[in-house]
Design a binder for this molecule. Structure first.
Ligand code: ADE
Length: 230
């Protein structure tokens, strides 16, 4: 167990969407085991508006609403008064595309803030004043940054030492060596005439490792040759 758990503060106007995600499975165990504290903040708790609004019409006109700077600034400053943050991340489709290298490096940090965008996004001054990193989870537009924040947090938290039962299992994930993972099989050894490759039943560890490496290489070459060029 970590002496000081990693802390992830997530700022959102849809806190309920996030709470259910973190209340299950590995993410729940990681929190109960003291490896990470995930704290979800409802942006509406920080607005000075008496109707609890957090968005407004865009200056200059156009479709969609824009998230206002005031509640976001108040929330981030309240958090910064408690501790120092390594990164303040904004989830946005125009950010840098998320990959394993970024999640590896974020998993080594102590305190992170993740801001979820909504509507047409946040007032540009939020990005200028507070944001240190902008991350996209892919070239498509989601209705909000919440799912993207869940994806990022999950990818980070599973890397924290001790979170996965088998300490080595994150190391054999796809992408850790710029290689896709090899195929895996479990019982039965034969299903409707389809047999598991003999090598995996041979008990010969060195040969199995070699086979897995070859398979990973072939799979990467055919599906993601771009990874081998990196
Ligand atoms: N918000 C909306 N779409 C997104 C994306 N693709 N990545 C990150 N945040 C987003």
């Amino acid at each position: 167990m970590n002496s000081i758990p990693m802390r992830i503060d997530i700022i959102t106007c849809l806190p309920k969407l996030l709470e259910s995600f973190f209340a299950h499975s590995i993410l729940q165990r990681a929190q109960q085991g003291g490896y990470v504290d995930v704290v979800v903040h409802d942006l509406r708790d920080y607005t000075a508006d008496k109707h609890r609004r957090v968005d407004d019409y865009p200056f200059g006109g156009g479709a969609g609403m824009v998230m206002q700077i005031q509640p976001i600034a108040t929330c981030i400053r309240a958090l910064q008064a408690e501790r120092t943050y390594d990164e303040i991340i904004y989830m946005t489709p125009d950010g840098e595309r998320l990959n394993q290298k970024t999640t590896n490096s974020l998993s080594l940090r102590q305190n992170l803030i993740i801001l979820c965008g909504h509507y047409k996004g946040v007032d540009e001054r939020v990005r200028e004043l507070f944001i240190t990193k902008e991350i996209s989870i892919g070239d498509y537009v989601l209705s909000g940054g919440e799912l993207a924040a869940c994806v990022l947090s999950d990818a980070i938290i599973r890397l924290l030492p001790g979170v996965l039962n088998d300490e080595t299992s994150a190391l054999t994930d796809s992408f850790q060596d710029n290689l896709l993972a090899p195929p895996v099989y479990t019982r039965p050894a034969e299903f409707e005439g389809l047999r598991v490759p003999d090598i995996l039943l041979s008990g010969h560890e060195a040969k199995i490792d070699e086979w897995r490496y070859e398979q990973a290489l072939t799979r990467t070459r055919t599906r993601r040759p771009d990874l081998l060029e990196e």
